[in-house]
Ligand binder design. Structure first.
Ligand SMILES: [Mg+2]
Length: 90
């Protein structure tokens, strides 16, 4: 399956505003699933992570800022590694 083409069709068919609302909704479902997990209740964390990842990929396409997102990720991963004293093995 060509995910990029699928996401383009979804954005065209459902509309950008609708998919932004879906992303908001899925993020809140993940928050709720994590809260349930923390309280030791049955949760659907994995399903909600999958939903969020699918919507995040659509948001990157919608905002056409993949390079900026990747730049931020690299910066934040470096900062995280520094915070925990992680060093890559050579
Ligand atoms: Mg969901």
């Amino acid at each position: 399956m060509d995910k990029l083409e699928l996401y383009k069709k979804v954005l065209l068919t459902e509309g950008e505003d609708h998919q932004i609302n879906m992303c908001i909704e899925e993020c809140s479902e993940l928050i709720q699933a994590l809260c349930k997990y923390k309280r030791g209740k049955p949760d659907n964390v994995c399903e909600e992570i999958a939903d969020c990842e699918i919507l995040f990929e659509q948001m990157k396409l919608l905002f056409n800022q993949d390079e900026r997102v990747e730049g931020w990720k690299a910066f934040k991963l470096d900062r995280l590694a520094e915070l925990v004293g992680y060093e890559e093995e050579e």
